[in-house]
Ligand binder design. Structure first.
Ligand SMILES: CC(C)(COP(=O)(O)OP(=O)(O)OC[C@H]1O[C@@H](n2cnc3c(N)ncnc32)[C@H](O)[C@@H]1OP(=O)(O)O)[C@@H](O)C(=O)NCCC(=O)NCCS
Length: 198
């Protein structure tokens, strides 16, 4: 496993962003048609642009907090977190015995791993770090879920981690619109602890 140093984005480490690229190569997307490849690359490009152009300012404004994952002095991934609240449908609340329609969460606003380091477990580590941060916030304020919005081609990745689609999805007209997902943090941690004791 890669040795990762997790740093909060700051004036001192901003220079690490230069040269970060999470856009997939042709080889990584082989098997997909040209239109699909273009679509996926565009979304990955947006992740790259956010880090370069918006992450620092957003953080200054208190809109999100960005973490850099550094290996051997090189930026290999970043994660931006913010606070969130999601609306649950009756059957979802009933299952979880939650009395409120709107439930507090921490949101993975952005997550990207550099193209040459994808598939090595870094995305998973970043999500585990997001859970760790959520647990710290939970000491001071309410947090039930880790949430995110992702495009259809990433849904399987997040489902494998334990996320599920929210029944309530914002109404959008674009065919390629993000899917709203949630992970129940307590359930995730209980399952992990069972795995460890088994
Ligand atoms: C999506 C992303 C964050 C995942 O991070 P990563 O470090 O590459 O992923 P990990 O190494 O943690 O996990 C890889 C595993 O997920 C699996 N996986 C990847 N995509 C999957 C999918 N759509 N469905 C199911 N499994 C998937 C891989 O097969 C691999 O399985 P393995 O561990 O058994 O080998 C990364 O690929 C990335 O940054 N992509 C470009 C930007 C982007 O799309 N960001 C997310 C926006 S929502």
């Amino acid at each position: 496993m890669m040795n990762l140093d997790i740093q909060r984005l700051s004036d001192e480490n901003r220079y690490l962003i230069d040269g970060f690229s999470c856009v997939e190569t042709d080889e990584m997307l082989s098997g997909l048609n040209a239109k699909e490849r273009r679509r996926i690359r565009k979304h990955s490009q947006d992740m790259e642009d956010f880090l370069r152009d918006e992450a620092y300012e957003d953080q200054e404004k208190g809109l999100s907090r960005t973490y850099l994952f550094v290996n051997d002095g090189k930026l290999v991934a970043y994660l931006a977190l913010c606070n969130d609240a999601i609306r649950l449908e009756f059957e979802e609340r009933d299952d979880m015995e939650l009395p409120y329609i709107t439930v507090p969460a921490v949101k993975v606003a952005r997550l990207a791993v550099s193209a040459d380091c994808q598939g090595k477990g870094i995305g998973k580590e970043a999500l585990q770090f997001a859970i760790y941060v959520s647990q710290m916030i939970k000491d001071y304020s309410g947090v039930v879920f880790l949430t995110l919005d992702c495009y259809e081609h990433r849904v399987g990745y997040y489902e494998r981690f334990g996320f599920q689609r929210n029944l309530y999805q914002p109404v959008v007209l674009d065919y390629d619109s993000p899917v709203s997902m949630r992970l129940w943090i307590d359930e995730y941690l209980a399952e992990k602890s069972d795995e460890i004791t088994e």
